[in-house]
Design a protein around this ligand. Structure first.
Ligand code: UT7
Length: 318
């Protein structure tokens, strides 16, 4: 049997930090409301000369170094981004050029924002398992600050910028045990980002029905956990770490409760990073691997959830 495993991770956060107190001066909100309702204290904001490509490069190089690989060892680059630098060439192709490599498969994947990383991770896993490729670089890179309406307090307090990267490679022992992907387009109206017009794709800003989305997230993720554990005949008690999408601390707490996991076994970064959409899971993974919390051999449950709706999970023996 051939499986894929995580060989290395990397992350990048822009230097500029925007705190809740900064936001109090911009919209009718309070630090207390944001912290109580979301768990977020601050977010990072990309500089004018940064974009999804430059951030992906930073995170990607760190992940390659951690994996002990060079750019030309990579057979496939997948960038999951809803805020790409261009419609085309893809962020993945622009990144390939920055890495000074050519020939390998490179594409962007937009699985409706926040779930994107789980989709990219799953695709990379399938290609490695099947023997089609050896090494894949999967990067979530998002400049959410450019697609939020900075006068809309119900959304602008939630999002931030950053990039997270994972290098996957082949192994005889699992590795990635299973991945599970789903979508349901009937909930298209609870979270969306329209194009301004189709001839010149200028984006509008994120629209969200937060409360409905919150309830959908809690229900859908609960079922997703059951499906993931059942598929591997595992119990909640087998899980060492939950590495969730970072949308809201109350959703994360509900998920920890569902899994009967203490909160110190859940990787949370949203207090400092907010919701970085498809970058949030690899950023959380990278932080917990780098600070030594996540150790080789431990069992990780990763999950993502976002507009579409689309959602996905992976059970991974790190
Ligand atoms: O990443 C993709 C997945 N995303 C999610 O899953 C997000 C899910 N949803 C959420 O995280 C939460 O629903 C929010 C954090 C977005 C909102 O929290 P909530 O507890 O559901 O609040 P709400 O939308 O029901 O709003 C409660 C009140 C409203 O005022 P009224 O109508 O009760 O007078 C809002 O106008 O809070 C008001 N409000 C604010 N007040 C101060 C909304 N945003 C703000 C704000 N500051 N920034």
């Amino acid at each position: 049997m051939r499986y894929s495993k995580i060989l290395g991770t990397g992350g990048y956060l822009p230097e500029k930090v925007l705190t809740n107190h900064d936001l109090e001066k911009m919209v009718d909100t309070t630090d207390e409301w944001i912290v109580t309702r979301t768990g977020i204290h601050q977010r990072h904001i990309a500089a004018d000369d940064e974009n999804a490509v430059t951030m992906a490069e930073q995170a990607g190089r760190v992940a390659l170094e951690a994996a002990g690989l060079k750019p030309d060892d990579i057979d496939m680059i997948i960038v999951t981004s809803t805020t790409p630098h261009m419609v085309f060439p893809s962020t993945a192709c622009l990144l390939q050029e920055r890495f000074g490599i050519s020939g390998c498969a490179a594409f962007d994947l937009n699985a409706s924002a926040c779930a994107g990383f789980m989709y990219g991770f799953s695709i990379a896993d399938q290609f490695i398992r099947s023997g089609m490729i050896k090494h894949a670089l999967v990067i979530g890179s998002e400049v959410m600050s450019r697609v939020v309406d900075w006068t809309d307090r119900s959304t602008c307090v939630l999002f931030g910028d950053g990039a997270g990267a994972v290098v996957l490679g082949p192994t005889a022992e699992p590795g990635v045990l299973s991945t599970h992907l789903h979508a349901d387009g009937k909930h298209k109206d609870v979270l969306y980002l329209p194009l301004g017009n189709n001839r010149t794709p200028n984006l509008e800003s994120v629209k969200m029905m937060g409360n409905q989305l919150f309830k959908l997230a809690v229900n859908i993720l609960g079922d997703l956990f059951d499906e993931t554990l059942e598929a591997n005949q595992m119990q909640k008690s087998d899980i060492d770490w939950l590495v969730p999408h970072q949308a809201n601390i109350r959703i994360i707490q509900a998920m920890a409760k569902k899994l009967e996991l203490p909160l110190d076994r859940v990787v949370t970064t949203l207090d400092k990073q907010s919701n970085t959409s498809s970058a949030s899971i690899p950023l959380a993974l990278d932080e917990a691997i780098r600070d030594g919390r996540i150790q080789r051999g431990q069992l990780l449950l990763m999950e993502g959830f976002g507009g579409g709706l689309a959602w996905g999970s992976a059970l991974v023996r790190y």
